[in-house]
Design a protein. Structure first.
Length: 121
């Protein structure tokens, strides 16, 4: 009869057992034996402070109007009614939305006067 079960390597078992023991002890010991890391945006890492707080060198969030302006500029580069529509749907109350509506009408080949003169009845 042929033995189809591979034999265990004797050198692996002690390493595996040591890893499991280390992990279990790390989870059961009081305190934090493995301090969490906070990674900064510049590729360095911050260390956990002894008082339980974390140091972080993450950059502050950028101005939201910059992102909205970039989206508007992308819609202008595209210069399609659909591009302006997407901007208007995402930012209906932004001051640039009115400009997007005007450009959308122009891209469609209509004007505000055409829209006002249109009577569906």
């Amino acid at each position: 009869m042929v033995d189809v079960m591979p034999k265990r390597s004797a050198s692996r078992s002690p390493l595996l057992l040591a890893g499991v023991v280390f992990l279990v002890l790390g989870l059961l010991l009081p305190g934090r034996p493995f301090p969490p890391m906070v990674f900064a945006g510049d590729g360095t890492s911050g260390r956990a402070a002894g008082d339980g707080s974390f140091s972080s060198t993450a950059r502050p969030a950028r101005d939201g109007d910059v992102a909205v302006r970039e989206e508007f500029d992308a819609a202008v580069r595209r210069d399609t009614p659909e591009g302006y529509e997407l901007f208007i749907l995402r930012h209906p109350d932004h001051p640039l939305a009115e400009e997007a509506r005007r450009r959308q009408d122009k891209a469609r080949g209509s004007t505000d006067k055409d829209r006002q003169d249109f009577n569906p009845n």
